[in-house]
Structure formats: structure tokens, C-alpha cells
Design a protein around this ligand. Structure first.
Ligand SMILES: [Zn+2]
Length: 128
């Protein structure tokens, strides 16, 4: 269950970000995580891992929101870009199978919300 180690990394980077901005962890109410579809994360396992890892910590009332980021494909032959809808990666434009994959393999701490309404903005983005 790789969700636990992913969650651990996410919580660590969240703490680093909070420390850098002098925000108390207890004030964080929501964490938004962008998960690349290729990472094959099971959302239920992810929620369960987050609950378990934050129980009885300063983050125990913090909610986790998962946003699945779709895989985007590009044909290296004609540069056509298209969404990943089939398990075989073939360009719908020219039929080539020489495909470059863009996105879908990263997990990013996208944002977090704190009680006083001060959101964790763009510079909260950090690969976990
Ligand atoms: Zn093509």
C-alpha cells in the first residue's frame, strides 16, 4: 500500500511549508493534493492513510482533498496532443505509436486552507 508512504511525504512537505510561513499546523483545515492518474493511487486508501497518520497530531481535524490530474499524450511524430483514453498509446492523428507522455506521474501538494482564511497559494506548490 504505497498510499501510506505518499501520505507521509505529503505531510512532511506540508509541515515544511507551514514552518517556512510560521503557520501553526493546528490551524490547517484542508489540504488539496493533485495526484497524477499514472500514480494509480486509490483515493479511499489515501484518505485512510491520511487519517491514520494525522490521528492525535496537530493535523487530526484537517481534511484531505484529492484532485486526479489526467494523463496528456503527445505524438512525437506529428506533435498532436490528445487525452489518454485507451490502454494502447497511439496517436489519433497519424497512427504513430511513438508517444511522449506529459503529466499524470506527479503528486503535488496543491494548496492548503487555514482557519483565519489565509490560503496557501501558488507558492505552496511543491512536489511531494
Ligand atoms: Zn501523430
Amino acid at each position: 500500500m504505497h498510499e501510506v508512504s505518499i501520505c507521509q511525504a505529503v505531510i512532511e512537505s506540508l509541515y515544511r511549508e507551514l514552518f517556512r510561513r510560521s503557520i501553526p499546523a493546528r490551524s490547517v483545515t484542508r489540504v488539496v493534493l493533485a495526484v497524477g492518474a499514472l500514480r494509480q493511487v486509490v483515493p479511499d486508501f489515501m484518505q485512510e492513510a491520511f487519517r491514520t497518520l494525522t490521528r492525535d497530531t496537530e493535523l487530526d481535524h484537517c481534511e484531505l482533498e484529492l484532485k486526479i490530474v489526467p494523463v496528456s499524450l503527445e505524438c512525437s511524430h506529428c506533435r498532436c496532443t490528445f487525452p489518454c483514453v485507451r490502454p494502447t498509446f497511439r496517436c489519433p492523428g497519424c497512427g504513430s505509436e511513438q508517444i511522449i507522455i506529459h503529466g499524470g506521474d506527479r503528486i503535488t501538494l496543491e494548496s492548503f486552507s487555514v482557519e483565519n482564511g489565509q490560503p496557501g497559494g501558488e507558492d505552496a506548490r511543491r512536489d511531494a
